[in-house]
Design a protein around this ligand. Structure first.
Ligand code: NAD
Ligand code: WQD
Length: 332
C-alpha cells in the first residue's frame, strides 16, 4: 500500500519513513528541501534496504501534486511539510501562513480530486498555549501565542470543517510534545545549521565545541529546580506513533486528536545533566533571563493514544541524549 509523506526528508518525516517502510508500506516523498537535504533519502534506503520514491518540489504546487496522485495510487497522506521556527514565524508571519496553510489546502484539494480521504497531520502541543493544568489532555482549551502555532490551530480547524462537510474523511491530528534524539544507526537525525532555537540541538553544539555555552532561559519558574519542564520524546517512538495513527485512519476512524508524548516532564537542568552523564561530556551553561513566550511546564497525558492506538513511548531520556549526540558525532 502506497502512502505519500510530505516533508519526508525532514527530522520527523525521515524517521517516520523508516518505520513505514519497515511496516511494509510503499513510501512516496515530496519535499522542497527548504529545511533538509536530499541525501536523507539514501540514508532511509540504507537503513531499511528498501526504495523510496522521491519528488523534489513544493506541496503548494498543485500541478506537481496532481502528477504524483495521477502516477501513484495513494492510500493515505502523512503531512509533515511545514515551517516550524517559532521566532521566525513572528518576524515573517505571512511566509508561515502562506507556506503552512497554502500547502495544506492544495494537498487537501488534490486528495479530494483523487478520492484519497485519509490523512495524518503533524500538529503540536503548542496549540494548548498556556495549559490550565498538567498533564495536558486532548480536550483542553486551545490557543496560540505566535503565528507558527496559529498555522497549526487553523489547519486543525480546516481539517475539522472538512470532516464536517464529508464524513468519509479519516483524519488523525497528532499533537507532538518535544521530539529529540535520532535513529540508532546514526544515519538520520537532527542537526540544524546556525544557532539552534531548540534545547537539544543547542546542547549538542555546546558539547561538540561549536558553541561555547548553553543559555538556560530562566531558573525562577515554578518547577522543582526553577528551569522549564518539557515532555521530551524519542523521535523513534514518535515515528512509531504515526504508524499506529495511520493504521487507525485506514480502518475508518473519522476525525480524532492524539497527544504524542511520554507523560513525563524533565527540566532543562535534568536534560543537561543526563546528557553529560551518558555521553561523558561537559555542557557549560549560564542562566539568563526567561525567553519571551515560554511557559514553565508542559507535559502530556498520553493515555488516550494508548487506549485508542495501542501506542506508548518506550525509550527514556538517556537513550534520547545518547542517540541525538551519536548522530551528530557520526556526521561531523
Ligand atoms: P523539518 O523542518 O525537519 O521537516 C519539515 C520538512 O518539510 C523539511 O524537509 C522541509 O524541507 C519540508 N517543507 C517545508 N515546507 C514545504 C513545502 N511547502 N513543500 C514541500 N516541503 C516542505 O521539521 P520537523 O521537525 O520534521 O517537523 C515536521 C512537522 O512536525 C512540521 O509540520 C512541524 O511543524 C511539526 N512539529 C514539529 C515539532 C518539532 O519539535 N520538531 C513539534 C511539533 C510539531
Ligand atoms: C525547551 C526548554 C526553554 C533553548 C518548541 C516550540 C514548540 C514545538 C517544540 C513545534 C524551554 C529551554 C531552550 C535554549 C533553554 N515545536 N531552552 N535554552 O519551547 O518547549 O517548544 O519546540 O511545534 O512549538 O515552541 O522547546 O527546545 O525550544 O525549549 O533554556 O537555548 O528549554 O526555555 O524550557 P519548546 P525548546
Amino acid at each position: 500500500m502506497k502512502v505519500l509523506v510530505t516533508g519526508g526528508c525532514g527530522y520527523i518525516g525521515s524517521h517516520t519513513c523508516v518505520e513505514l517502510l519497515e511496516a511494509g508500506y510503499e513510501v512516496v516523498v515530496v519535499d522542497n528541501l527548504c529545511n533538509s537535504k536530499k541525501d536523507v533519502i539514501q540514508q532511509i534506503e540504507e537503513i531499511t534496504n528498501k526504495k523510496v520514491i522521491f519528488y523534489q518540489g513544493d506541496v503548494c504546487d498543485y500541478a506537481l501534486l496532481n502528477k504524483i496522485f495521477a502516477h501513484h495510487e495513494i492510500a493515505a497522506v502523512l503531512h509533515f511539510a511545514g515551517l516550524k521556527a517559532v521566532g521566525e514565524s513572528v518576524s515573517q508571519p505571512l511566509r508561515y501562513y502562506r507556506n503552512n496553510i497554502d500547502s495544506t489546502l492544495t494537498l487537501l484539494e488534490v486528495m479530494i480530486k483523487y478520492n484519497c480521504k485519509n490523512i495524518v497531520f503533524s500538529s503540536s502541543a503548542t496549540v494548548y498555549g498556556t495549559p490550565k493544568s498538567l498533564p495536558i489532555k486532548e480536550d483542553f482549551p486551545l490557543s496560540t501565542t505566535n503565528p507558527y502555532g496559529s498555522t497549526k490551530l487553523y489547519i486543525e480547524g480546516i481539517l475539522k470543517d472538512l470532516y464536517i462537510s464529508d464524513n468519509d474523511w479519516n483524519i488523525a491530528i497528532l499533537r507532538y510534545f518535544n521530539p529529540i534524539g535520532a535513529h540508532k544507526s546514526g544515519l538520520i537525525g537532527e542537526n540544524p545549521n546556525g544557532i539552534p532555537n531548540n534545547l537539544m540541538p543547542y546542547i549538542i553544539k555546546v558539547a561538540t565545541g561549536e558553541l561555547d555555552y548553553l543559555n538556560i532561559y530562566g531558573n525562577d519558574y515554578d518547577t522543582p529546580d526553577g528551569t522549564g519542564v518539557r515532555d521530551y520524546i524519542h523521535i523513534v517512538d514518535l515515528a512509531k506513533g504515526h504508524i499506529k495513527a495511520l493504521d487507525k485512519v485506514l480502518s475508518g476512524s473519522g476525525i480524532d486528536y492524539y497527544n504524542l508524548g511520554t507523560g513525563k516532564g524533565y527540566s532543562v537542568l535534568e536534560l543537561v545533566q543526563t546528557f553529560e552523564k551518558v555521553n561523558n561530556v561537559k555542557v557549560p551553561y549560564q542562566v539568563t533571563s526567561r525567553r519571551p513566550g515560554d511557559i514553565a511546564a508542559c507535559y502530556a497525558d498520553p493515555s488516550y493514544a494508548y487506549d485508542k492506538l495501542g501506542w506508548k513511548a518506550e525509550l527514556g531520556i538517556e537513550e534520547m541524549c545518547r542517540d541525538g549526540y551519536n548522530y551528530v558525532i557520526k556526521n561531523k
